[in-house]
Design a protein around this ligand. Structure first.
Ligand code: ADP
Ligand code: ZN
Ligand code: MG
Length: 491
């Protein structure tokens, strides 16, 4: 395993990295971009294919309306201007998994342009420009391993041919590997909110190529860039960029020149390798796709698509902070996915204290989900259950210890909170005289702490609450206990 390299402050004082990212995103349409074949991951090889996506002679492409709507929605979500007329173009190159010999893409008239997204950095919010969002189709897959004869053969699965993609190209505005990581995180979050893609990196629904160069600080002209491909997690992209920046700085420090090339990230070794230099790069001979008319997205259609725009994560976070009096940190966790945020809001509206719902989600729920490796959707405790738990805590009917126990039982048995609470309904002592008796006992046993309290150290009351709670085996009514402890200590 590689360990992430950290860039030294000396290097960063002398050189400035420049980074631009190209992100490919598969759209979640039922069918492919230009034919009626199923757009589905994981089918038996070469079963979702037809003459069009196999590129057989005479077969003609027909553009998928849904793919255009998704691409337009994505463009709008990242603040791109949507071109009324965009043009499909042929990008010519041969790969064994691309039988047409060209890819249908967009070239000089892409669907979306001039966008941006805002990204948090240690120095505040930074706006990263987005050059373009264009539509294109995916290629098939060459399979180099997993077969007995893999040493001598490569297999090809053409199911992915013609899957609708958007490519989102950033301006070279990114300056650190951390900013790149944040940009990708935000971009993915926005795309997930719009539901145009599942952005599943393991299945290749979201893929990223990273372009990076370095220049001496103060120099205006960009340095020569390398493009790193084949990186399948955001963490690895950050590591690959750190590695590349160090590599390029070392070359410059040694008096050498960085050459423009495509490099591959090797996660096992934690380094990049040269794949091909730009001298061998393709001239794609782009020309307008003769089999497709210009794509027209009229204002009326745009308006119809815009009606499907959800509240986006950033706006949602701001609203939730104001509406539920939760912290930015709370809001960041609670809006991680749209489903999570929806569920939280449902619970927050049902509960007496939204802040308590947020605390339970952050404190009790997410930690247990993580421990069990579960997604929120798989949680045994529903948000209704969380709302009930929050109310019980708010009314002082459950101590925090009891709460933890009930959450543990729910996760052990795979039961919702209400079920566990009804069955286990913890004994609670709400009889003042019983609690007072225990307080007296604790006070008598701890004269030093009593002295401290009466000497002005009021925080010591928490010590007494804790001791009595222990004595009561966690069963004292917390609200009542608090009140009585103060009264006794003051008295
Ligand atoms: P290419 O023609 O090699 O594909 P593009 O101009 O299309 O290059 O840019 C591809 C990506 O590389 C974009 O995200 C862009 O922001 C980024 N980029 C361009 N020049 C540089 C550079 N000198 N250093 C780092 N990134 C760059
Ligand atoms: Zn097909
Ligand atoms: Mg390019």
């Amino acid at each position: 395993m590689s360990t992430a390299i950290s860039l030294s402050p000396e290097i960063l004082a002398k050189y400035e990295p420049v980074i631009g990212l190209e992100v490919h995103v598969q759209l979640l349409t039922e069918t492919k971009a230009f034919c009626g074949c199923a757009n589905r991951f994981g089918s038996a090889p070469n079963t979702n294919v037809c003459p069009t996506c196999l590129g057989l002679p005479g077969a003609l492409p027909v553009l998928n309306r849904r793919a255009v709507e998704f691409a337009t929605l994505a463009s709008m979500a990242i603040n791109c201007q949507v071109r009324e007329t965009s043009i499909f173009a042929r990008k010519n190159y041969f790969y064994p998994d691309s039988p047409k010999g060209y890819q249908i893409s967009q070239f000089d008239k892409p669907l979306g342009e001039h966008g941006w997204i805002d990204v948090p950095t240690p120095n505040g919010i930074k706006r990263i420009g987005i050059t373009r969002l264009h539509m294109e189709e995916d290629a098939g897959k060459s399979i180099h391993d997993g077969f007995a004869d893999s040493a001598t053969r490569t297999y090809v699965d053409l199911n992915r041919c013609g899957t609708p993609l958007v490519e989102i190209v950033s301006e070279p505005d990114i300056r650190t590997p951390d900013e790149a990581y944040e940009y990708l995180t935000r971009l993915k979050e926005i795309l997930l909110y719009t539901a145009v893609s599942d952005c599943n990196m393991e299945e290749g629904s979201l893929r990223c190529d990273a372009n990076v160069s370095v220049r001496p600080r103060g120099q205006e002209k960009f340095g020569t860039k390398a493009e790193v491909k084949n990186v399948n997690s955001f963490r690895f992209i950050r590591s690959a960029l750190e590695y590349e920046i160090e590599r390029q700085v070392e070359i410059l420090e040694g008096g050498g020149r960085v050459i423009q090339e495509t490099r591959l990230w090797n996660a096992n070794e934690g380094r990049t390798y040269s794949m091909r230099s730009k001298e061998q790069a393709h001239d794609y001979r782009y020309f307008p796709e003769p089999d497709l008319p210009p794509l027209i997205v009229s204002d009326a259609w745009k308006a119809e698509i815009a009606r499907h725009m959800p509240e986006l994560p950033e706006a949602r976070r701001a609203r939730m902070v104001a509406e539920y009096e939760i912290t930015e940190q709370d809001a960041a966790t609670l809006t991680a996915t749209r489903a999570f945020a929806d569920q939280f809001e449902e619970a927050a509206k049902a509960a007496k204290s939204p802040k308590r719902v947020a605390n339970l989600v952050q404190g009790e729920l997410t930690s247990r989900l993580k421990l069990k490796g579960l997604e929120l959707e798989q949680s045994p405790i529903t948000m209704k259950g969380i709302a009930l738990a929050a109310d019980l805590a708010e009314e002082g009917k459950l101590s925090s210890k009891q709460m933890k126990q009930l959450f543990d039982i729910a996760f052990e048995n795979g039961e919702d909170f209400a079920v566990v609470y009804e069955r286990e309904k913890p004994q609670q002592i709400s009889d003042s005289s019983a609690i007072e008796k225990m307080i007296d006992e604790v006070i008598a046993a701890n004269p030093k702490q009593v002295e401290q309290y009466r000497g002005g150290k009021k925080t010591v009351s928490a010590f007494f609450v804790g001791q009595v709670m222990k004595l009561s085996k966690g069963q004292a009514n917390p609200a009542l206990l608090n009140e009585l402890v103060i009264r006794k200590l003051e008295g």
